[in-house]
Design a binder for this molecule. Structure first.
Ligand code: ATP
Length: 261
Protein backbone atom coordinates (compact mmCIF):
# COMPACT_ATOMS: atom_id res chain seq x y z
CA UNK A 1 0.00 0.00 0.00
CA UNK A 2 1.31 3.45 -0.83
CA UNK A 3 -0.75 5.27 1.80
CA UNK A 4 -2.71 3.57 4.56
CA UNK A 5 -4.76 5.62 6.99
CA UNK A 6 -6.49 3.86 9.88
CA UNK A 7 -9.04 5.44 12.23
CA UNK A 8 -7.54 8.91 11.99
CA UNK A 9 -9.02 11.82 13.91
CA UNK A 10 -7.69 15.36 13.70
CA UNK A 11 -8.82 18.93 14.16
CA UNK A 12 -8.16 22.37 15.55
CA UNK A 13 -8.52 23.59 19.13
CA UNK A 14 -10.63 21.29 21.28
CA UNK A 15 -12.79 19.93 18.45
CA UNK A 16 -11.98 17.25 15.90
CA UNK A 17 -12.93 17.92 12.29
CA UNK A 18 -11.91 14.52 10.90
CA UNK A 19 -13.32 11.51 12.76
CA UNK A 20 -12.04 7.91 12.55
CA UNK A 21 -11.19 8.08 8.87
CA UNK A 22 -9.71 4.99 7.22
CA UNK A 23 -8.55 5.24 3.63
CA UNK A 24 -5.86 3.88 1.41
CA UNK A 25 -4.09 4.64 -1.85
CA UNK A 26 -2.41 1.81 -3.76
CA UNK A 27 0.67 2.38 -5.88
CA UNK A 28 -0.19 4.09 -9.17
CA UNK A 29 -3.77 4.91 -8.20
CA UNK A 30 -5.72 8.14 -8.37
CA UNK A 31 -7.93 8.20 -5.30
CA UNK A 32 -10.45 11.01 -5.12
CA UNK A 33 -11.82 12.51 -1.94
CA UNK A 34 -15.10 14.28 -2.54
CA UNK A 35 -17.30 16.17 -0.15
CA UNK A 36 -19.05 19.45 0.37
CA UNK A 37 -17.36 22.61 1.48
CA UNK A 38 -16.26 22.14 5.09
CA UNK A 39 -16.50 18.32 5.06
CA UNK A 40 -12.90 18.09 6.22
CA UNK A 41 -11.05 17.27 2.99
CA UNK A 42 -8.37 19.92 3.46
CA UNK A 43 -7.93 19.00 7.10
CA UNK A 44 -7.41 15.35 6.16
CA UNK A 45 -4.91 16.35 3.45
CA UNK A 46 -3.02 18.47 5.99
CA UNK A 47 -3.07 15.64 8.54
CA UNK A 48 -1.42 13.33 6.00
CA UNK A 49 1.30 15.86 5.16
CA UNK A 50 1.82 16.79 8.82
CA UNK A 51 0.49 20.36 8.78
CA UNK A 52 -2.27 19.34 11.20
CA UNK A 53 -1.37 16.86 13.99
CA UNK A 54 -2.87 13.39 13.83
CA UNK A 55 -4.64 12.97 17.20
CA UNK A 56 -5.75 9.38 16.83
CA UNK A 57 -5.11 6.46 14.51
CA UNK A 58 -2.17 5.71 12.25
CA UNK A 59 -0.82 6.87 8.89
CA UNK A 60 1.64 4.72 6.96
CA UNK A 61 3.51 5.52 3.76
CA UNK A 62 4.85 2.38 2.02
CA UNK A 63 4.50 0.52 5.32
CA UNK A 64 6.37 3.14 7.40
CA UNK A 65 4.52 4.92 10.22
CA UNK A 66 4.65 8.65 9.53
CA UNK A 67 1.95 10.12 11.77
CA UNK A 68 4.47 11.34 14.33
CA UNK A 69 7.02 12.62 11.81
CA UNK A 70 7.52 16.26 10.83
CA UNK A 71 6.25 17.62 7.53
CA UNK A 72 9.86 17.82 6.24
CA UNK A 73 10.49 14.16 7.15
CA UNK A 74 7.27 13.11 5.42
CA UNK A 75 8.38 15.05 2.36
CA UNK A 76 11.74 13.27 2.39
CA UNK A 77 9.86 9.98 2.54
CA UNK A 78 7.94 10.95 -0.59
CA UNK A 79 4.80 12.94 0.22
CA UNK A 80 4.12 16.20 -1.54
CA UNK A 81 1.03 18.23 -0.71
CA UNK A 82 -0.11 20.92 -3.13
CA UNK A 83 -2.43 23.02 -1.00
CA UNK A 84 -5.64 24.68 -2.09
CA UNK A 85 -5.30 28.07 -3.76
CA UNK A 86 -2.33 27.64 -6.13
CA UNK A 87 0.19 28.93 -3.68
CA UNK A 88 3.05 29.74 -5.99
CA UNK A 89 5.59 32.30 -4.84
CA UNK A 90 4.14 35.03 -6.99
CA UNK A 91 7.04 37.49 -6.60
CA UNK A 92 9.58 34.93 -7.85
CA UNK A 93 10.19 33.68 -11.37
CA UNK A 94 8.82 30.38 -12.64
CA UNK A 95 12.35 28.98 -12.61
CA UNK A 96 12.96 30.11 -9.01
CA UNK A 97 9.69 28.48 -7.95
CA UNK A 98 10.87 25.20 -9.49
CA UNK A 99 14.28 25.51 -7.87
CA UNK A 100 12.65 25.94 -4.45
CA UNK A 101 10.69 22.75 -5.04
CA UNK A 102 14.02 20.92 -5.15
CA UNK A 103 15.35 22.56 -2.00
CA UNK A 104 15.66 19.31 -0.01
CA UNK A 105 18.06 17.97 -2.67
CA UNK A 106 19.91 21.23 -3.29
CA UNK A 107 23.30 19.49 -2.99
CA UNK A 108 22.57 17.43 -6.11
CA UNK A 109 22.45 19.97 -8.97
CA UNK A 110 22.70 17.38 -11.77
CA UNK A 111 19.77 15.44 -10.34
CA UNK A 112 17.74 18.66 -9.96
CA UNK A 113 18.48 19.63 -13.57
CA UNK A 114 17.14 16.22 -14.67
CA UNK A 115 14.02 16.68 -12.59
CA UNK A 116 13.48 20.16 -13.97
CA UNK A 117 13.65 18.80 -17.52
CA UNK A 118 11.09 16.13 -16.58
CA UNK A 119 8.76 18.74 -15.08
CA UNK A 120 9.07 20.98 -18.12
CA UNK A 121 8.35 17.99 -20.37
CA UNK A 122 5.14 17.43 -18.40
CA UNK A 123 4.22 21.14 -18.40
CA UNK A 124 5.57 22.53 -21.69
CA UNK A 125 3.55 25.70 -21.24
CA UNK A 126 6.05 26.74 -18.54
CA UNK A 127 9.10 26.48 -20.82
CA UNK A 128 8.65 29.90 -22.46
CA UNK A 129 7.86 31.53 -19.15
CA UNK A 130 10.77 30.32 -17.03
CA UNK A 131 12.19 33.79 -16.39
CA UNK A 132 8.77 35.44 -16.07
CA UNK A 133 7.23 36.27 -12.71
CA UNK A 134 4.99 33.50 -11.39
CA UNK A 135 2.36 36.06 -10.34
CA UNK A 136 1.87 37.01 -14.00
CA UNK A 137 0.87 33.47 -15.03
CA UNK A 138 -2.78 32.65 -15.65
CA UNK A 139 -4.64 30.69 -12.96
CA UNK A 140 -4.24 27.42 -14.84
CA UNK A 141 -0.53 28.01 -15.43
CA UNK A 142 -0.06 28.82 -11.73
CA UNK A 143 -1.73 25.55 -10.83
CA UNK A 144 0.64 23.73 -13.20
CA UNK A 145 3.58 25.52 -11.63
CA UNK A 146 2.38 24.61 -8.13
CA UNK A 147 2.21 20.94 -9.19
CA UNK A 148 5.53 21.20 -11.07
CA UNK A 149 7.22 22.66 -8.01
CA UNK A 150 5.90 19.74 -5.97
CA UNK A 151 7.25 17.25 -8.51
CA UNK A 152 10.74 18.71 -8.11
CA UNK A 153 11.14 16.70 -4.89
CA UNK A 154 10.32 13.44 -6.75
CA UNK A 155 7.33 12.43 -4.62
CA UNK A 156 5.83 8.95 -4.46
CA UNK A 157 2.48 10.31 -3.33
CA UNK A 158 1.05 13.59 -4.55
CA UNK A 159 -1.77 15.14 -2.54
CA UNK A 160 -3.69 17.68 -4.60
CA UNK A 161 -6.16 19.88 -2.75
CA UNK A 162 -8.84 21.40 -5.00
CA UNK A 163 -6.65 21.89 -8.09
CA UNK A 164 -9.72 22.95 -10.11
CA UNK A 165 -10.74 25.75 -7.73
CA UNK A 166 -11.68 28.91 -9.59
CA UNK A 167 -10.49 27.69 -13.00
CA UNK A 168 -12.49 27.84 -16.23
CA UNK A 169 -13.94 24.47 -17.41
CA UNK A 170 -11.49 24.04 -20.29
CA UNK A 171 -8.54 24.63 -17.98
CA UNK A 172 -9.99 22.24 -15.40
CA UNK A 173 -10.18 19.56 -18.09
CA UNK A 174 -6.53 20.23 -18.96
CA UNK A 175 -5.43 19.97 -15.33
CA UNK A 176 -7.29 16.66 -14.94
CA UNK A 177 -5.64 15.33 -18.12
CA UNK A 178 -2.28 16.25 -16.61
CA UNK A 179 -3.15 14.42 -13.41
CA UNK A 180 -3.94 11.29 -15.45
CA UNK A 181 -0.57 11.62 -17.18
CA UNK A 182 1.16 11.83 -13.80
CA UNK A 183 -0.46 8.52 -12.84
CA UNK A 184 0.85 7.06 -16.11
CA UNK A 185 4.33 8.08 -14.96
CA UNK A 186 3.80 5.92 -11.86
CA UNK A 187 2.79 8.52 -9.28
CA UNK A 188 0.15 7.73 -6.68
CA UNK A 189 -2.31 10.58 -6.28
CA UNK A 190 -4.79 11.61 -3.62
CA UNK A 191 -7.08 14.20 -5.18
CA UNK A 192 -9.39 16.24 -2.98
CA UNK A 193 -12.16 17.91 -4.96
CA UNK A 194 -15.58 19.50 -4.77
CA UNK A 195 -15.83 18.88 -8.51
CA UNK A 196 -17.12 15.33 -8.08
CA UNK A 197 -18.03 14.67 -11.71
CA UNK A 198 -14.61 15.19 -13.23
CA UNK A 199 -12.50 14.05 -10.29
CA UNK A 200 -14.38 10.75 -9.92
CA UNK A 201 -14.25 10.44 -13.71
CA UNK A 202 -10.46 10.07 -13.59
CA UNK A 203 -10.29 8.20 -10.27
CA UNK A 204 -9.54 4.54 -9.76
CA UNK A 205 -11.35 4.76 -6.44
CA UNK A 206 -12.98 7.42 -4.32
CA UNK A 207 -14.19 8.27 -0.85
CA UNK A 208 -17.04 10.60 0.06
CA UNK A 209 -16.40 12.61 3.21
CA UNK A 210 -19.34 13.98 5.17
CA UNK A 211 -18.94 15.91 8.39
CA UNK A 212 -15.43 14.55 8.73
CA UNK A 213 -16.38 10.89 8.29
CA UNK A 214 -16.20 8.51 5.35
CA UNK A 215 -19.82 8.16 4.23
CA UNK A 216 -19.22 6.11 1.10
CA UNK A 217 -16.37 4.55 -0.85
CA UNK A 218 -15.96 2.59 -4.05
CA UNK A 219 -14.54 2.69 -7.54
CA UNK A 220 -14.78 6.01 -9.37
CA UNK A 221 -17.45 4.54 -11.65
CA UNK A 222 -19.49 3.10 -8.76
CA UNK A 223 -19.51 6.41 -6.95
CA UNK A 224 -20.45 8.34 -10.08
CA UNK A 225 -23.45 6.03 -10.43
CA UNK A 226 -24.43 6.11 -6.77
CA UNK A 227 -27.71 7.90 -6.13
CA UNK A 228 -26.34 9.60 -3.03
CA UNK A 229 -23.39 11.05 -4.94
CA UNK A 230 -25.57 12.05 -7.88
CA UNK A 231 -28.08 13.77 -5.59
CA UNK A 232 -25.63 15.53 -3.35
CA UNK A 233 -22.47 16.20 -5.26
CA UNK A 234 -22.86 16.12 -8.99
CA UNK A 235 -23.21 19.55 -10.41
CA UNK A 236 -21.55 21.13 -7.38
CA UNK A 237 -19.55 24.06 -8.69
CA UNK A 238 -15.88 24.66 -8.13
CA UNK A 239 -16.27 27.81 -6.04
CA UNK A 240 -14.80 31.19 -6.68
CA UNK A 241 -11.31 32.24 -7.61
CA UNK A 242 -8.90 32.38 -4.74
CA UNK A 243 -5.96 34.48 -5.88
CA UNK A 244 -3.48 34.39 -3.02
CA UNK A 245 -0.08 35.93 -3.33
CA UNK A 246 3.05 36.04 -1.27
CA UNK A 247 4.33 39.38 -0.03
CA UNK A 248 7.54 41.07 -1.13
CA UNK A 249 9.09 40.25 2.26
CA UNK A 250 8.49 36.55 1.74
CA UNK A 251 9.96 36.79 -1.76
CA UNK A 252 13.21 38.21 -0.44
CA UNK A 253 13.46 35.49 2.24
CA UNK A 254 12.91 32.90 -0.46
CA UNK A 255 15.62 34.48 -2.60
CA UNK A 256 17.93 33.88 0.40
CA UNK A 257 17.09 30.18 0.19
CA UNK A 258 17.81 30.23 -3.54
CA UNK A 259 21.35 31.41 -2.83
CA UNK A 260 21.81 28.04 -1.15
CA UNK A 261 20.87 26.07 -4.26
P1 ATP B 1 -13.11 23.37 1.65
O1 ATP B 1 -13.44 22.84 0.33
O2 ATP B 1 -13.88 24.58 2.03
O3 ATP B 1 -11.65 23.51 1.93
P2 ATP B 1 -12.96 21.04 3.25
O4 ATP B 1 -13.81 19.82 3.07
O5 ATP B 1 -11.58 20.99 2.75
O6 ATP B 1 -13.69 22.27 2.65
P3 ATP B 1 -11.83 21.86 5.74
O7 ATP B 1 -11.16 23.03 5.14
O8 ATP B 1 -11.01 20.70 6.16
O9 ATP B 1 -12.99 21.34 4.79
O10 ATP B 1 -12.67 22.38 6.97
C1 ATP B 1 -13.41 21.52 7.84
C2 ATP B 1 -13.84 22.29 9.08
O11 ATP B 1 -12.68 22.70 9.80
C3 ATP B 1 -14.63 23.56 8.76
O12 ATP B 1 -15.68 23.64 9.71
C4 ATP B 1 -13.64 24.66 8.98
O13 ATP B 1 -14.27 25.82 9.45
C5 ATP B 1 -12.72 24.09 10.06
N1 ATP B 1 -11.36 24.63 9.93
C6 ATP B 1 -10.58 24.60 8.83
N2 ATP B 1 -9.36 25.16 9.06
C7 ATP B 1 -9.39 25.58 10.36
C8 ATP B 1 -8.44 26.23 11.21
N3 ATP B 1 -7.22 26.57 10.77
N4 ATP B 1 -8.83 26.48 12.48
C9 ATP B 1 -10.04 26.12 12.94
N5 ATP B 1 -10.98 25.50 12.19
C10 ATP B 1 -10.66 25.22 10.92
Amino acid sequence: MMLEIKDVSAGYGPANVVHDVSLDVRPGEIVTLVGANGAGKSTLAKTISGLVPCRKGTIELSGVRIDRKSTAERMRLGIVHIPEGRQVFSGLSVNENLQLGGYLDRRQPAELARRRSDVLAAFPVLVDRLSGTAGNLSGGQQQMLAIGRGLMSRPKLLILDEPSLGLAPLIVAEIFRLIVRLRERGLSILLSEQNAQQSLGIADRGYVLENGRVALSGSGTELLQSREVVDRYLGVGTGTADPRSSSGAISSQLRGLLDDI
